[in-house]
Design a protein around this ligand. Structure first.
Ligand code: BTN
Length: 328
């Protein structure tokens, strides 16, 4: 069953965190939080399921001895300074896919900016029907419900916007040279550290909603990746030698992405182009792009106002809207 922490559990956790040196009896907790003893008992059980180590002693009560780094809704909200993104926050210990849930919630009318994060995904989705490896604790796995009033053909620009925000947040926190690989990836030194999956509900001329799914490898060490991936992927920790807090990364990303997103909704991609080009890993390189059954080779020259990759081929210039790119 999918569970997110409820208010009672979060309030109890905050109280236990404040009183880490001493035990708190059920009566004391009940008096302070106005919770029924049975609710307290259930909340303790749920927190333990989330890997919080809570000692209990007869006659004394409960004491928190160890807290894992979780992205708890209350803490995210306290730290967020955004207006739209993270307006509603749902946090899961384990989930199939944050994108799948995001899609269902958006269909049910969840507001723009709803954020879904999970510690682990068991059916993480990648692009092109691939899976996305999302083990517990090591990464940032999240989805945002967006409702931009833009035609469906310009929605893919959002993925570059998210990539830009992510590359900048990673650079800020870790100092490594993170880059955007058009159209959906974030790379460090040629290896993938993050990926973006946009899923759209749209009619011909209007976008109903977009689920922006973002996955970032944060604390993995080389042996944490399955063999099939290890040559192509990396993590912030492997590249920077630093243990970055997922919370700090989330907050920094959301702040940057909100500024870019609100601008994108009003003015399109053009105002971001200078930075997108600056942080691009492809421009100036010989590339091959596959889209559908077509494959084009040439020099990656530009990213235009529509977010298309402009390639100088032997037969002239081509602007490609989407595809898989390989550097030659
Ligand atoms: C890619 O293939 O590069 C895109 C990967 C996107 C992964 C993220 S993790 C959070 C969100 N939920 C999913 O199931 N996928 C996206």
């Amino acid at each position: 069953m999918i569970r997110t922490l409820k208010t009672a559990e979060e309030e109890l956790l905050a109280l236990l965190q404040k009183n880490r040196r001493s035990f708190l009896s059920t009566k004391q907790i009940s008096n302070k939080l106005g919770l029924h003893p049975y609710v307290i008992y259930q909340a303790i059980r749920e927190l333990r399921r989330w890997d919080f180590k809570i000692e209990s002693e007869k006659g004394k009560g409960y004491r928190l001895t160890q807290a894992p780094e979780f992205l708890l809704p209350g803490e995210i909200k306290k730290k967020l300074k955004t207006k739209v993104l993270g307006r509603e926050v749902l946090s899961y210990r384990t989930i199939g896919s944050t994108n799948a849930l995001g899609f269902r919630l958006a269909e049910g009318g969840a507001p723009e900016g709803t954020l879904i994060v999970a510690d682990e995904q068991t059916k993480g989705r990648g692009r092109m029907g691939r899976s996305w490896y999302s083990p517990p604790k090591l990464g940032l796995w999240m989805s945002l419900i967006l409702r931009p009033e833009v035609p469906p053909f310009s929605a893919p620009g959002l993925s570059i916007c998210a990539g830009l925000a992510l590359a900048r947040a990673i650079r800020d926190l870790s100092g490594v040279d993170a880059r955007i690989k058009w159209p959906n990836d974030c790379l460090i030194d040629g290896r993938k550290v993050g990926g973006i999956l946009l899923e759209l509900s749209a009619e011909l001329d209007r976008t109903n909603f977009v689920i922006a799914g973002i996955g970032v490898n944060v604390s993995h060490q080389a042996g944490d990746f399955p063999k099939r991936l290890s040559a192509k992927v990396t993590s912030i920790r492997m590249e920077s030698g630093k243990e970055i807090s997922r919370m700090a990364l989330l907050i920094s990303f959301l702040k940057r992405f909100e500024a870019i997103y609100l601008n994108f909704k009003k003015n399109g991609l053009a105002p971001q182009r200078r930075l997108i080009k600056k942080f691009s890993s492809l421009l100036g390189k010989q590339v091959a792009v596959k889209f559908g059954k077509e494959r084009i080779e040439g020099l990656a020259q530009d990213i235009d106002d529509n977010g298309s990759l402009v390639i100088k081929t032997k037969k002239g210039q081509r602007a490609v809207r989407a595809g898989e790119v390989a550097v030659l």
